[in-house]
Design a protein around this ligand. Structure first.
Ligand SMILES: [Zn+2]
Length: 417
């Protein structure tokens, strides 16, 4: 009987989870109810973030945080062993979305609220032991404790012992696990302040990760990760996680919303009129364009200034999030790789030779710089498609710089194994 009741309880929470495409809040609520240590830790983290916000009302100093990312690929077949291109496409979406570089038509009253979060993401170039890495781990597994799928109940994807992959230090890297979740569930995240140190990070189902490769067309915008990382930086769903106009995401400039959008993009919907005092007598429509809604990937395109303040509240007070600012997980911090790449290197990582393909023009000067910033080699009048012999180079991470008329026009990171 006891076993039956336990089964029933598991099935009950399973039904709740299976109705959501993001399980972050369901898991959060379940733990708030059943785990007093979690509830207390959350209370403390929220208090500290709120206090920070109150002393930074006039905005944050303009410092861009670059977060080193490790992607843990968990695969049961070749298709799930996602390509570097698919992984890079996800990093590109994050760098577009978190810097407000995406193009989207918004009503004027939302456009003025659209925020550049001043956060960027890089695939880690240095692993926890100080060795060069491409920022990706790949694990062939038979794991998955929920009918053969990875499970938000026990975080099986996050532990070697459960068929997953152990995290890299969660105060130095954003751990992004990519594996097959139960159908319908696209991802979930751990909120800042959670005492479970080694489960800290974000989980994305394989087919909702990135924009190219093994991606389901319905979630091919890479916005599942944008949404989940929003949770990981402390954001709640904008509808307040109830089916009424009473709940709140604690943020004034995201209008009240009765329920989540259902995958579409109903920009005329206006489900609540009891807005925060921030809005005065104006009753805005639902902010279906917000990354923290459930709208379609193509509909989403903004975080608000209020959400930015909340995220920065946690980034500046939660010990693990604060650790990211001093992580050397990405060598060459402060040197920005081009959002729009000027050239490509292949293969990268490489063992001896690398081919350089220019995106525009056919002649350029190319320089190679090491992790200490020293110039290692210069190639003048290089043509597109040229091969460079790197066999004399020590194993490590390098910057390849493209110069035209003595002006730096592009930078790419190169990993030599
Ligand atoms: Zn969510």
């Amino acid at each position: 009987m006891k076993k039956f009741l336990l089964l029933l309880a598991v099935f009950g929470s399973f039904v709740t989870y299976s109705q959501e495409k993001c399980a972050a809040h369901t898991k959060h609520n379940e733990r708030l109810a059943n785990d007093p240590a979690y509830a207390e830790a959350m209370h403390v983290a929220q208090g500290k973030a709120k206090a920070w916000q109150q002393t930074h009302q006039n905005g944050t100093e303009k410092v861009t945080l670059t977060i080193p990312v490790v992607v843990h690929v968990l695969y049961k077949n070749a298709a799930q062993n996602v390509s570097l291109a698919q992984i890079q496409s996800q990093i590109d979406v994050l760098n577009t979305d978190y810097r407000a570089l995406n193009q989207i038509d918004l009503p004027a009253y939302f456009d003025s609220l659209k925020a550049d979060i001043d956060v960027e993401f890089c695939l880690a170039s240095v692993d926890p032991d100080g060795n060069p890495t491409d920022g990706i781990t790949r694990t062939s597994t038979t794991g998955g404790t929920l009918f053969g799928y990875f499970s938000p109940f026990n975080d099986d994807m996050k532990y070697d012992s459960l068929g997953g992959k152990n995290c890299w230090p969660t105060d130095k890297y954003l751990n992004l696990w990519v594996g097959e979740l139960f159908p319908g569930l696209l991802g979930y995240a751990q909120f800042p302040g959670d005492p479970k140190v080694n489960a800290d990070g974000v989980v994305i189902t394989t087919t909702a990760f990135g924009t190219t490769g093994n991606v389901d067309p319905i979630s091919a915008g890479g916005r599942t990760a944008t949404h989940e990382i929003g949770h990981w930086m402390g954001l709640y769903h904008i509808w307040g996680d109830e089916d009424a106009c009473t709940g709140s995401d604690t943020i004034a400039d995201t209008p009240n919303m009765a329920a989540a959008s259902n995958q579409g993009c109903d920009s005329l919907a206006n489900t609540c009129s009891n807005e925060d005092a921030f809005w005065g007598s104006f009753d805005p429509t639902d902010m279906v364009f917000n990354y923290m809604d459930y709208s379609s990937d193509t509909c989403m395109g903004m975080f608000t200034k209020g959400q930015k303040m909340r995220m920065h509240g946690f980034l500046n007070t939660d010990p693990r999030r604060m650790g990211l600012a001093t992580s050397n997980g990405c060598a060459f911090m402060g040197i920005k790789e081009d959002v729009e790449s000027m050239f490509t290197l292949s293969p990268n990582p490489t063992t001896d030779n690398v081919r350089i393909l220019f995106n525009t023009g056919d002649i350029a000067t190319v320089q190679i710089v090491n992790a200490q910033g020293q110039l290692i080699a210069v190639y003048d009048a290089l043509s597109t498609g040229a091969e460079i012999d790197l066999s004399n180079l020590e194993v490590g991470v390098y910057l390849v710089q493209m110069m035209k008329n003595e002006k730096l026009v592009g930078i790419e990171r190169l990993v030599k194994h």
